[in-house]
Write a protein that binds this ligand. Sequence first.
Ligand SMILES: *Cc1c(COP(=O)(O)O)cnc(C)c1O
Length: 378
Amino acid sequence: MTARIALSSPDITEAEIAAVGEVLRTTSLSLGPRLPEFERAFAAWHGAAHAVAVSSGTAGLHLAVRACGVGRGDEVITTPLSFVASANAILYEGAVPVFVDVEDDSLNLDAARIESAITPRTRAILPVHLFGRPAAMPEILDVARRRGLAVIEDACEALGAEIGGRRAGTLGKAGVFGFYPNKPITTGEGGMIVTDDDGLAHLCRSLRNHGREDDSFEHARLGYNYRLPELSCALGLAQVRRLDSILARRADVARRYHERLADLPRVARPALEIDGGRVGWFAYVVRLHGGAAPGVRDAVIGDLRGRGIGCQRYFAPLHLQRHVQAVARHARGSFPIAEAAAERTIALPFFGALTDAQIDEVVSALRESLGRHDAGVV
Ligand SMILES: *Cc1c(COP(=O)(O)O)cnc(C)c1O
């Protein structure tokens, strides 16, 4: 069932439609001129030396993990509270995701717990800027520097986020973005690796195109087909040109939710502003306060969906997923903060074109539903 008020919606204008249409009038549908144009625009917006476009955020994470030299049996420290792709990118290389619990406030990797999880097999740290809120990068970079580990930022949810005046995704050895249609900008499917490391950029360009170094059939290494087609690059380029206004509209919607949810005591709102940084609004995810029974969250999601309001639980803990358990067993209760958060989060409809009336409708449906379940319905 499609929701009357969608959970997310891409921000597409006539400029994007024209840009895609133009590509169809050419004979260059892959590896054409839009690819470097999109990459250069994305790199420039981030103040990064290189941007390498790929076919998805997951493909970007996979190449970043591989290009950082992570291999079979190696360990990568990461968060258990994320979209599954951040752990899968590690698993693809036969490496082991080593989870450490999150901070209760930010829901991001707790930097204070990283050191004790490091072993002689640890190669990298892969923090995720969850829901656009930057992870504790100064602390993470500090541990990584002291212990000689690479940092790969999963910035797929953090376009426009900032840490100490720098864009999320530009602080580690590599940062990865995703352009699935629920992200702030979309290419249909797509992703981007951002790095200042010339060698890493070169290697990722080769890996995304069958391990090629040139257009011959001599292959320097095992590669993949993770190319991003010209149609997607043209769409992405048009989106990057509007990026500041797209992000500003999303921040405005977050601000309006924040105001309207102020008098719902059972609902913990995401921080609108943070010390030393800026949130890049990917999703608007509230948490029901600890007093609410875990079943209330699912009942509330059911109520909102019943009224045509798109919403989602974000996310189920990664350490409890079956395919992750097959590699590293974790009992329930291993990462209590992530597990408790995962039972209480609700992502509300969130996109730049959300109107005041729609925000009011979502908030009053939430208020009504919580009131009902508070009274003992669940
Ligand atoms: C969206 C997302 C990705 C990438 O997803 P794709 O669908 O492969 O583009 C990776 N990590 C996180 C945390 C994400 O939210």
